[in-house]
Write a protein of this length. Sequence first.
Length: 80
Amino acid sequence: MKGDWVEIVVDAGDTTRTYEMAATRAGRRVETQVRRGVVEVSEITRSGTVVRTARFMANRVLALVEHPVPREDTAQDPTR
């Protein structure tokens, strides 16, 4: 959903670098996959078309944090 974003912290030798990937438009989502030693974060449309992708070597990734936007259905009182 628009507003979801993923923060990736990568070891860059003597320092760390932080990258962010966000769902920039309505109907898009951010998906994370780990395959064969590569972490792949993609922004995807409703129809499944990949808009952009960021790839990182898995052994260099220090942290991968997903920040979802609060949804209306989860913000309601659970006792209802």
